[in-house]
Design a protein around this ligand. Structure first.
Ligand code: ZN
Length: 829
């Protein structure tokens, strides 16, 4: 889809600073919002009227609004000067006591997944909207006081086309055709206000007195219907378990889960109405890992109803607590009471490496107390540290305190700060009141100090050694197991407990392999010693416990990323161990990791890719036809295939297709994309594939395929979308960035390396927030592994006028690039 570029964002809104939020919270207390929105007055803009009742100490303050046109602002009946609107703020004068503020504005729909997002479903041309009010985005929908500790009651009134339904935090009633009123909510901050409006397909159920709902676009209704039983079952099981653990009832009445188009995050925990990215309604067969991850996401959001929604952080720097806790509960509840008992395994293969990488970059930060000065800075800390590392620390604390004390403290916090706000200290105090003892040393070492320790076995010294990350001195205890096995029986593990409370701790050194932290109980960069590394092919094949294998792979990844293991050695290990692997996490996530990380830095990426392909083919051949393991392997086989006649044979569902594999929407586009990357399909054929099945998925995949084609036209086409010369919605932009850069297409993409660094800063004129970060990331020239590219990045980082969101992405990506360069330098010169 091509649409004309919008006018530049003339003046980016100012992100609220912590000091400003404190001052405003000391001055005012917001009682209620009444927000009227007209979504039936055009496709570009909508009108909003915010009526706000607040109590003030008396004095000047400001409200936030990001309108196309600000029609009027009145405070206690007197007009304020709308011309004073500056970068999303309007100054107002409040009187001591009760104040009544009314703001009328015209607002713009967005297509970047924030604010009030509006999209058109290519399958049927119908329009959908939903609100994403998180971090600085609420004022692009309605005027408000946008900070987490000004909670208020919300009443929404929404006019829509007559065939739409409206969903939100509280029950919605269509009081006349196309006019909906939502019941007043319990106290909520701006960032948890939900609105989902469009011709959505809605399913309803009930559990334990809680009305439940699911919704998705009409064109994917059959897929939602298909998944509904799994989703409702998970919801019921998780409510029961969360009620049991927390000892506090779900407080928000109904619980709706809306799957919405082009959503940036996995999901958002708006109270009583969670929004999810709608690829989570599966339109094709997916591997089990995706079901597990959807389950943990669903439970993660449910846990937020307490941690975040019932008790909200005072300021964004404590949002880690929401995320770490929700992440922990997601994996734990899935493992304990649902069919997805292997959720910790998926967490190990997926989230752990994400967190460990983030924690070693120059931008590492403590889990807690990172002192986010404003909302925009806080948003960048929604990374593997706040989620995966934080969850690991919460898990450690749970195992140290035991469930009784741990949840007594949590319940205490919920009771004490019900419908209010709390900070990290309040939770620590609640745990201490519950009998946890003094947690200050634990908090200092794990929550307030950045960086992971490195843990290695020193066979000669007979010790396990702990080293903090350079530049981040730390003294933290690790409680972990070590698994040892005899040299001639590499899978016959004995597990011993080790408390690593000094830089070195003596251990009994085995004559065979030792896997450190085999159950991933602590948070550290574990590395294999050379003897264990040498035994690893036999170790991985002989080890029955998939979690121990996952841990061994995490250590391989760590060693590889630190240029301690040759890419060829990793590929050897993949060839030897993966065909014996029996979990689809182990096969799919390891091979996927190797394609993304190992192939690009290997001596010959084409050969490396063909080795991965052959491993995947062996896995397909020995897997149960039609099973998830087979699908996980076949997805890789298709992505790594180099023979376009084979790919075309599969596409035609020919005889060469392995028994049990069915080419559906997802597999079809994997093959079409691969053909495009190989230069073995033309634009007309890709266009015909889109036209024959014009789903939202096809549209995004088609964009990625077009950008992947190895010719100059494809790269120029992609570049126009990066610069904003041609505007595309968020999912397509991401796909195009991923398509543009391909290993082996350097000759075509080299001109864009310099252009990236020259033109990047100007993209702040066309995008903000999450999409600015995403575009900076996906269009980064990550496969240009040269000193020159690193130098260009460093030169840009050396200038003072780099936007903070761009800077963070540049720092991280450049560090990753330097690591790739280090691997190349260590093994290919
Ligand atoms: Zn979350």
């Amino acid at each position: 889809m091509v649409s004309s570029a919008r006018p530049p964002v003339a003046s980016q809104p100012t992100s609220l600073k912590h000091a400003e939020a404190r001052a405003r919270a000391a001055l005012i207390d917001v009682a209620s919002y009444d927000v009227a929105l007209d979504l039936d007055c055009g496709e570009e803009t909508f009108s909003a009227v915010s009526t706000i009742d607040l109590v003030s100490q008396g004095g000047p303050t400001f409200l936030e609004v990001q309108p196309v046109a600000l029609k009027s602002v009145t405070v206690n009946g007197r007009p304020a000067d709308v011309a004073l609107l500056d970068r999303g703020r309007v100054p107002i004068a409040t009187e001591a006591g009760e104040n009544h503020v009314v703001v009328e504005s015209v607002m713009r729909y967005r297509n970047d997944g924030e604010g009030l997002h509006r999209s058109i479903d290519p399958a049927d041309g119908r329009h959908y909207t939903y609100a994403m009010t998180f971090l600085d985005a609420a004022p692009s929908i309605f005027a408000c006081f946008d900070q987490p500790d000004l909670k208020a009651q919300w009443t929404l009134r929404v006019r829509t086309p007559h065939d739409w339904v409206v969903l939100g935090n509280s029950p919605a009633t269509e009081v006349e055709p196309g006019y909906w009123e939502l019941a007043p909510t319990l106290p909520l901050p701006t960032y948890l206000v939900a609105l989902v409006a469009g011709p959505y397909h809605v399913l309803r159920d009930e559990h334990d007195g809680i009305p439940l709902g699911l919704s998705a676009r009409a064109s994917i209704a059959p897929h939602l219907d298909h998944d509904a039983d799994e989703l409702f079952t998970l919801t019921r099981q998780s409510f029961d378990e969360l009620h049991r653990l927390f000892g506090v009832r779900y407080p928000f009445g109904n619980y709706h889960q809306a799957f919405v188009p082009e959503f940036n995050a996995g999901a958002m925990e708006s109270a009583g109405c969670v929004t999810f990215r709608d690829p989570l309604v599966f339109q094709s067969r997916v591997v089990r890992t995706h079901h597990v991850n959807r389950a943990t996401t669903l439970i993660h959001e449910m846990a937020h109803m307490w941690f975040g929604d019932l008790v909200t952080p005072v300021w964004w720097d404590d949002l880690w607590l929401n995320e770490s806790f929700a992440e922990y509960m997601g994996a734990r509840v899935a493992a304990d009471v649902t069919e997805f008992s292997d959720s910790w395994l998926s967490e190990s293969y997926g989230r752990r490496s994400w967190g460990l990488s983030a924690d070693q970059r120059p931008s590492t930060h403590p889990v807690a107390g990172n002192g986010a000065a404003d909302g925009a800075t806080a948003l960048q800390n929604f990374d593997g540290i706040s989620y995966a590392k934080g969850a690991s620390i919460i898990k450690q604390l749970n195992s140290r305190l035991g469930d009784a004390v741990f949840f007594r403290g949590v319940s205490d916090l919920f009771e004490k700060h019900r419908f209010g706000n709390a900070a990290m200290a309040d939770l620590m105090e609640a745990w201490e009141r519950a009998g946890a003892g003094d947690l200050s040393a634990f908090g200092d070492g794990w929550l307030l100090t950045a960086g992971p320790d490195r843990i290695v076995l020193d066979r000669t010294g007979g010790v396990v050694r702990r080293t903090p990350l350079e530049g981040h001195p730390a003294d933290r205890d690790h409680a972990l197991s070590v698994a040892t096995a005899p040299a001639d029986q590499p899978g016959a593990w004995t597990f011993d407990r080790v408390v690593l409370d000094a830089d070195t701790v003596e251990v009994a050194v085995p004559d065979g392999p030792m896997v450190l932290d085999p159950h991933m109980e602590t948070w550290a960069v574990t590395l294999h010693d050379p003897e264990t590394m040498a035994a690893l092919p036999r170790v991985l094949c002989a080890t029955r416990d998939p979690l121990v294998r996952a841990s061994a792979w995490v250590s391989v990844r760590n060693g590889f990323e630190h240029a301690l293991i040759d890419p060829d050695v990793v590929l050897d290990l993949v060839e030897q161990a993966i065909p014996a692997e029996d979990t689809d996490d182990g096969v799919g996530q390891t091979l996927g990791w190797a394609i993304w990380n190992v192939v690009p830095v290997s001596a010959d990426p084409t050969i490396a890719m063909s080795r991965i392909h052959d491993v995947a083919a062996r896995c397909v051949a020995r897997a149960l036809p039609g099973g998830s393991l087979q699908l996980a392997a076949f997805q890789v086989q298709a992505a790594a295939a180099a023979d376009h006649t084979v790919l075309r044979g599969w596409l035609a569902s020919g005889a060469a297709l392995p028994d049990g594999v069915v080419v559906d929407l997802d597999l079809r586009w994997r093959m079409l994309r691969r053909l495009a990357t190989l230069g073995a399909i033309d634009r007309d054929e890709l266009g015909a594939a889109l036209a024959s099945e014009p789903t939202a998925v096809s549209q995004v995949e088609h964009a990625r395929a077009l950008a992947s084609i190895p010719d100059a036209e494809a790269k120029a086409w992609a570049w126009q979308r990066f610069t904003g010369e041609v505007e595309v919605p968020n999912y397509e932009l991401e796909a195009i960035g991923l398509g543009l850069w391909q290993v082996g297409q350097d000759r075509l993409t080299d001109p864009y390396v310099a252009r990236y660094f020259d033109e990047l800063l100007a993209t702040t004129e066309v995008r903000t927030g999450q999409l600015l970060a995403l575009a900076t990331n996906v269009f980064y020239p990550r496969w240009s592994v040269t000193d020159d590219t690193v130098a260009k990045a460093q030169a840009l980082l050396g200038s003072d006028d780099v936007d903070t969101t761009i800077r963070r992405e540049l720092v991280d990506e450049t560090w990753d690039l330097e690591r790739r360069l280090a691997i190349r330098r260590s093994f290919h010169r």
